[in-house]
Design a protein around this ligand. Sequence first.
Ligand code: ADP
Length: 412
Amino acid sequence: MSASILIINSGSSSLKFGLFAADSGDSLCRGIIDWAGETGHAELRLTGSSLAEFKQPVAVRTHGEAVDVALRAMVETSPLNAAPASQIIAVGHRVVHGGTLFIKSVLIDERVRTAIAELAALAPLHNPPALAAIAAAEAALPGVPQVAVFDTAFFSSLPPKAFVYPLPYEWFTDWGVRRFGFHGISHAYCAQRAAEILDRPLRDLRLVICHLGNGCSASAVSGGQAVATTMGFTPLDGLMMGTRSGSLDPGILLDVQQRRGLTAETLKHVLNHESGLLGVSGVASDVRQLESAAQAGHARASLALEMFADRVRSSIGALAVTLGSVDALVFTAGVGENSSGVRAAICEGLECLGLRLDHDRNSSVRPDADIASQDSVSRILVIESREDLMVARETSRILRLPSHDFGDCDNF
Ligand code: ADP
């Protein structure tokens, strides 16, 4: 059984995990444990290259418990092509917030752990779960090196004009209020993958990348470096999302506090959980449900989808202008990979940027693929989001494992 790299992605009440062969970088298995609340009822799902999807109810209340359950599941299913825990020689974690301190992936030690804990104030739902998973992995796999890969790191290349807000400058210097950008692991992966698909050096490419999942963000990437992004100081900024508002007139927030008596705590909840596609449609945050509702004549579902596409299209325009030209537009994540309707709506009018969709290719695409028409000046790519692979590559690179050259990570 070959040595493997375990990767862990700790969400607010979920743990995604996977094993990669340390020599080749091949994916051996991937899984997810989802839980909500204090009930302890959770579901484990596991798939592997020679393993049909395996589902099992599990008792999990914390990220620490989830790591133990995940490791046990992989050991127990190891005859079906996952590697046993004893063979894990490295662990890689996705960590949401690296602030300005972590502009590259790092080997985790006490100092790194303390810094991630201090950054929890900026990412209260995400950094603490990552720390809990790091502690659990260390307890279960003593002495195995662990690497942190940060979602903010890819955007450390933003120039000041892109990360300073038009607020009193002291808010930036004294309070650290600035754009960080998120989803960076996904954007970095897509940039590298786009270069592979186009068979051109990344340093020559100008890309606009749209990560459209429950959370949504778009970025402009020039020569492998991020130069602009829509997410900001928090992941609430930018595009309209499943339940998050995205960018707003800040005057609205002042008005509802002053005249409607909404507290900061209520606003935080509404902007994060009751806005976006869900807030406008009143139906769902899930694009599949909205598309069905819209087809059945639900006017607010149609409006929500139109607004979503309109806002993504406007951002693509702005990012393209920042770049000067676009070699490829990339769609990734749940909505970007799966909804041909949303992609078609977004691409309407993008011919002015040299981006012309092939409607047949768009409706039958299986990522990774090019869905631009033959005569399109620039390409339109659909790329499967592989944050897990990117974390494995980074872990391998930082630890100089045999597979460290299985990806071109120089820009990350
Ligand atoms: P997250 O941001 O949580 O990682 P994902 O990238 O998995 O989310 O995206 C989840 C979203 O993808 C769902 O809410 C749903 O709107 C959308 N989605 C998934 N499959 C489809 C599909 N077949 N058609 C349209 N939308 C889809």
